[in-house]
Design a protein around this ligand. Structure first.
Ligand code: SF4
Length: 330
C-alpha cells in the first residue's frame, strides 16, 4: 500500500478508502531520535536557520522515509507549507495541495474534499463508509479524553498521544484500535488522581518530548489538549456528512473560532491555568496577544524551538506557574 505523507490533519478517510497508508510526518519527526539531524540536513539543503523546526523536520522526514506523495495543507495550517510543497515538488515528490476554506463555506470545503477524493480515485460514498468505521474509533479516543478530565485516571501525555495520533491512526486504524483498547483497559484499573493543579494546554503540539512529565513532576496535570483534541474530530454525529465534519474542525479556522471551544472546555474541565505553547519562528505566536486578552484565567506562554527535553528556563517557569496556581487554590 502506498504511503502518503501528511503535513497536518486532512480528511484521512479519503486515503483509507483509497487503500493508501497515511503517514503524519509530524508524528515521525517528533518521536524519532533523529530530530536534530533532520533539522541539520534541511539546513544543508538551504532551509533558513530562522525557520520553524517543524518545517525543516517535515522536509527531511519525507525524504529520509522515501515518501513519494504528500498532501499539504495550504490554507488553515501553516504559512510556510506552500513553499515547502514547492521544494518537495522540485525533489520529484507528487504534491496534493488541500485548503480549509477560511470563509467556512460548505461549497468550498466540498470542492476541496471532492478534488482530493478524485485525485485518489475514490467516490464520496466510499469515503462516507470509512468515516462510519472511524467514527467508532474516534468515540473510543473521546472516552480516553474523559478518562483524563472526568475520571482523572489518564496522564496528560496519554491524552496527547492518542488524540494526536488521530491524524493518521498510525497508518492502520484496526491496529490503532487494538492498542487503544489495551491502553484504556490499563487506565481504567488505576486509582483516581487527586489534588492536582488542572492545566489546559493550548497551541500546536509540543516539540518538547517531556513537557507532560515536567508538569506532573511539579504537581500539575494536563486535562485538556486543545489542538490534539481538535484532531480527533469527535464532536460530530455519526451521520453528519464528511463536508460538515471538516467544517467543524476548529484548528484551521482562526483563533476566534478556536477560543469559543477553549472557553467552553475551560469551564467543563474545571481548568486552573492555561499553558499556551508557541513554536519559535511561527506566526501563531502572534495569536498569544488575543489568547491573553480573551481568557479569564492565568496563562503561561512558553516557546519551544528544537526537539528534545524542556530547557531549564522553561522548566523553572512551569514550576513557578504551578506554584502560583497552588497558592490561588488555598
Ligand atoms: S509551528 Fe507554526 S510555523 Fe511551524 S509548522 Fe506549525 S504552523 Fe507552521
Amino acid at each position: 500500500m502506498e504511503r502518503v505523507g501528511l503535513t497536518t490533519t486532512i480528511p484521512v478517510e479519503i486515503l483509507f478508502a483509497a487503500g493508501a497508508t497515511p503517514v503524519d510526518l509530524n508524528n515521525i519527526f517528533v518521536t524519532s531520535n533523529k530530530g536534530k539531524k533532520y533539522i541539520e540536513s534541511a539546513e544543508l539543503e538551504g532551509f533558513p536557520r530562522n525557520l520553524c523546526s517543524w518545517i525543516k523536520g517535515l522536509f527531511s522526514v519525507a525524504i529520509d522515509n522515501n515518501i513519494k506523495q504528500i498532501i499539504g495543507v495550504t490554507e488553515g495550517d501553516c504559512s510556510n507549507t506552500k513553499a515547502l510543497l514547492e521544494v518537495w515538488e522540485m525533489k520529484g515528490l507528487k504534491i496534493h495541495p488541500f485548503a480549509f476554506p477560511q470563509d467556512r463555506d460548505i461549497k468550498n470545503i466540498k470542492r476541496e474534499i471532492d478534488n482530493l477524493a478524485k485525485n485518489f480515485k475514490v467516490s464520496i460514498a466510499e469515503v462516507e463508509k470509512v468515516k462510519k468505521d472511524l467514527h467508532a474509533i474516534r468515540k473510543r479516543v473521546q472516552y480516553l479524553d474523559e478518562l483524563t478530565w472526568k475520571h482523572n485516571k489518564a496522564t496528560g501525555f496519554e491524552n496527547h498521544l492518542y488524540q494526536v495520533s488521530c491524524s493518521d491512526f498510525n497508518g492502520n486504524y484496526n491496529s490503532f484500535l487494538a492498542e487503544l483498547e489495551e491502553k484504556i483497559n490499563e487506565i481504567e484499573k488505576r486509582p483516581t488522581k487527586k489534588g492536582e493543579i488542572r492545566i489546559g494546554y493550548i497551541g500546536v503540539p509540543p516539540i518538547f518530548s517531556d513537557i507532560y512529565h515536567v508538569i506532573e513532576e511539579y504537581g500539575g496535570r494536563v486535562v485538556y489538549n486543545e489542538v490534539q483534541r481538535a484532531f480527533t474530530l469527535t464532536g460530530f454525529h455519526r451521520d453528519t456528512s464528511i463536508y460538515e465534519m471538516y467544517l467543524d474542525f476548529t484548528y484551521p479556522y482562526g483563533i476566534d473560532f478556536r477560543l469559543k471551544d477553549i472557553e467552553k472546555q475551560i469551564e467543563i474541565r474545571k481548568i486552573d491555568g492555561i499553558i499556551h505553547y508557541t513554536q519559535a519562528f511561527c506566526y501563531r505566536g502572534i495569536e498569544d496577544i488575543i489568547v491573553k486578552n480573551s481568557l479569564n484565567l492565568p496563562v503561561l506562554t512558553i516557546e519551544g524551538d528544537l526537539p528534545g527535553n524542556v530547557d531549564a528556563r522553561t522548566r523553572l517557569r512551569i514550576e513557578s506557574f504551578i506554584d502560583m496556581l497552588k497558592d490561588f487554590k488555598i
